[in-house]
Design a protein around this ligand. Structure first.
Ligand code: FAD
Length: 404
């Protein structure tokens, strides 16, 4: 049986290949990816790359020579269509067949599509997931044009910020009663709602889009649940992502909101591992699927080590960031299930500290690198700070790490 085969060339795929070589694995490594670019980082797509301030080659994790020098066989622009688990073989859209000793599924996630019957298939509806998506968007990102952003999650908000920087007229529609409802507390959401409104974004919350209006097959506007019609030049749809699991499902692996893996990144087949956005892994007493760079790197590296025969348990330490205008949001921990938020203000810095049953679980630090660093450490140490200390702007936060 031959070496390692990696399906997917995103953050997790790249991290697996590099880790295998860093650990001196000297067998064959194949990495197959449906995209035709060298493996690249996605976060700048909705930030500096969309703004046009970052060149394409700076998105790539490594230049082509890295793969050549490390004997990582890259197959770009090819889709893996089938896995024969009994024969330990994969089949690609171009007819290639490869045998594997260990197979890594790192197929990522893809945007949730707006329903076709409601106008989702109209021209000038855009999504933002890949370099090619940004290139298509660039044609529309012109001074004075009106963009309708559907969805007030981080990607929608980042696109709004870039659009304002480029002097577009921006309307953002959020179906929930506030933006960031799924991922952040109202204090964090309120901060960003105000920031965007101050920068000229029209945010409409609590209204669903009933349908998108088309003329000759092209998007021209939307009808909201309150009957209001909004006309715009193009739309960007950011209503979430779903894990890419069809390959896993079709070969009989266990799939439930992601490819089910154990704490060792092992799927229901001993020779197949999964990591990154596409995987669903144990987290405390429940399960979790994360869409973040931090998770993709850490889980992928654990998967690589486990495929080499180590026994490394993956314990997720969630972190995330978002850049909007001149504001940097840094998130440590997971705020799911919080019952209290303590707000710390220190001059221009703001941080929202999440608690569940008095246990400190997460922080949203806004232009506040110090709170982020300390909070991240506290979560790792499983320490819960006293509320009065967080509230006190004179308190040196680093002391929280050493106090009982
Ligand atoms: P992906 O990066 O999605 O890579 C999977 C790859 O597999 C894709 O190239 C796909 O085409 C390929 N593939 C799928 N199926 C097949 C198949 N059958 N055959 C061959 N190839 C296949 N995270 C943060 O932490 N901070 C941020 O600020 C942030 N910003 C983001 C902004 C944008 C616009 C986007 C889209 C994501 C952002 N994320 C951010 C999320 C982060 O980029 C992802 O969590 C991360 O890229 C996941 O890596 P992955 O390798 O699991 O999946």
């Amino acid at each position: 049986m031959s070496g390692m085969v990696i399906v997917g060339g995103g953050q997790a795929g790249y991290s697996i290949a590099s880790k295998l070589r860093a650990e001196n694995f000297d067998g064959t490594i194949h990495m197959i990816c449906s995209e035709s670019s060298l493996p690249y980082q996605r976060p700048p797509l909705s930030k500096r790359f969309l703004l046009g301030e970052m060149s394409e080659d700076r998105l790539f994790f490594k230049p082509k020579t890295f793969y050549i020098n490390n004997d990582i066989i890259l197959k770009l622009g090819a889709i893996v269509t089938y896995i024969d688990r009994a024969a330990r073989k994969i089949y690609c859209s171009d007819g290639t067949e490869l045998s594997y000793k260990k197979l890594f599924l790192v197929t990522g996630s893809s945007p949730v599509l707006f329903p076709e019957m409601l106008g989702g298939a109209l021209l000038k509806n855009f999504y933002l997931r890949s370099i090619n998506d940004v290139k298509l968007l660039w044609n529309e990102f012109k001074f004075g044009k009106h963009i309708l952003i559907i969805g007030g999650g981080y990607i929608g908000l980042e696109i709004a910020a870039i659009a304002r920087k480029k002097n577009l007229k921006v309307t953002l529609i959020e179906a929930q009663d506030r933006i960031l409802k799924r991922v952040a507390c109202s204090q964090t959401a309120n901060y960003f709602t105000s920031l965007h409104r101050e920068n000229g974004v029209k945010i409409i919350e609590g209204e669903r889009i009933i349908k998108l209006i088309g003329e000759k097959g092209t998007f021209v506007g939307a009808v909201l649940s309150n009957g209001e019609k909004i006309f715009a030049d193009f739309s960007v749809i950011g209503i979430g992502a779903k894990p890419c699991t069809s390959l896993a499902k079709n070969c009989g692996l266990k799939v439930e909101n992601g490819i089910m893996v154990d704490s060792y990144c092992q799927t229901s087949d001993n020779n197949i591992l999964a990591a990154g956005d596409c995987s669903n892994f144990p987290y405390g007493s429940s399960r979790l699927r994360l869409e973040s760079v931090g998770n993709a790197i850490d889980q992928a590296e654990s998967a690589a080590l486990n495929a080499l025969g180590h026994c490394v348990e993956y314990k997720a330490k969630p972190w995330f960031w978002s850049d909007q205008y001149n504001t940097k949001l840094q998130i440590a921990g997971l705020s799911l299930g919080y019952d209290k938020v303590v707000v710390r203000r220190d001059k221009k810095a703001l941080s929202n500290w999440y608690f569940q049953d008095k246990k400190f679980i997460a922080v949203d630090a806004i232009n506040d690198a110090k709170s982020y660093m300390v909070a991240k450490k506290l979560i790792e140490l499983d320490k819960s700070p006293v509320e009065a200390n967080i509230l006190n702007p004179k308190m040196d936060l680093k002391l929280l790490l050493t106090s009982n």
